[in-house]
Design a protein around this ligand. Structure first.
Ligand code: NAP
Length: 190
C-alpha cells in the first residue's frame, strides 16, 4: 500500500486485503513510506503480515541511520523523522526496500559519477577498485551491507547497470569502508 493516507480506515484496508488474498491476486502485502505507529495501526485490523516497507535509502539519503547515531544529541541529525523505522523493521522482520538508492535526496539527481559530489565519487572509485566492482556496485553493496537485510529497488533500465547492481550481493564491505563511504557522502559522526 503506497504512502500513508491520513483518511485511511484500517477496517476498510483489512477488507480489501482479505479480498485480494482470497482471490489470489496478492500473496505478500507491504507498505511504503510508513512509520512504525502507522504500521501498528494497520496491523490492528489487517490480518496478513505486512512484510515490506519501501523507504528511500542510499548513501545520500541516510536519515533513518543518522537518527540512531545521534541519539540524545542536539544536532539536527538527532531529529526523529521516521519514528525509528530502522529498528522497528528489524524487530518485526519487515524488509526495508530502498527506493531511489542512487539519488542525492536534496537535489534529486543521481550522485554516481556526478561532479557535484567529488569526495563521495573519489571514495567510490577508490573502493570500487579494492572490491573489484564499479561505483554502482559499491553504492549498492553499501545498502546491502546493513544488517537490516534491505533490498534495493533500482529504477535503471540499463542492463549493464542492472548487472553491476546485482553483483553487489556478492560483496561484503568492511565496517571501516562502510563508515568511510558514509562520511564521504557528507555525513558526520557524533
Ligand atoms: N515507494 C515509493 O515511495 C517510491 C518512490 C520513488 C521510487 N520508488 C521505486 O523505486 C524505484 C527506483 O527509483 P528511482 O528510479 O528514482 O531510483 P534510482 O534507481 O536511484 O535511479 C534510477 C534513475 O537514475 C538513472 N541513472 C543515471 N545514472 C545512473 C547510475 N549510475 N546508476 C543508477 N541509475 C542511474 C537511471 O537511468 P538509466 O535507466 O539510464 O540507467 C534511472 O532513470 C522506482 O522504479 C520506483 O518503483 C518507490
Amino acid at each position: 500500500m503506497h504512502r500513508p493516507d491520513t483518511l485511511m480506515e484500517p477496517e476498510e484496508v483489512a477488507a480489501a486485503f482479505d479480498e485480494l488474498a482470497t482471490q489470489g491476486k496478492v500473496r505478500h502485502f507491504g507498505v511504503s513510506n510508513h512509520n512504525p505507529m502507522q504500521i501498528k495501526l494497520l496491523q490492528k485490523t489487517v490480518k496478513q503480515p505486512l512484510e515490506a516497507n519501501q523507504l528511500q535509502f542510499g548513501l545520500m539519503h541516510t536519515g533513518m541511520i543518522d537518527e540512531g547515531l545521534y541519539v540524545n544529541r542536539k544536532e539536527t541529525q538527532a531529529s526523529e523523522r521516521d519514528g525509528e523505522i530502522l529498528e522497528f523493521s528489524r524487530l518485526k522482520n519487515m524488509t526495508i526496500q530502498a527506493w531511489s538508492p542512487y539519488q542525492a535526496s536534496s537535489v534529486k539527481e543521481v550522485f554516481i559519477n556526478n561532479d557535484r559530489f567529488p569526495e563521495l565519487n573519489q571514495k567510490l572509485a577508490e573502493l570500487a577498485e579494492k572490491y573489484h566492482t564499479t561505483p554502482n556496485g559499491l553504492a549498492s553493496a553499501w545498502v546491502l551491507r546493513h544488517p537490516a537485510n534491505m533490498q534495493i529497488i533500482a529504477g535503471t533500465m540499463n542492463s549493464k547497470r542492472i548487472e553491476e547492481i546485482a553483483q553487489a550481493s556478492e560483496i561484503q564491505l568492511s565496517r571501516k569502508d562502510w563508515y568511510q563511504l558514509y562520511l564521504s557522502a557528507g555525513n558526520g559522526l557524533p
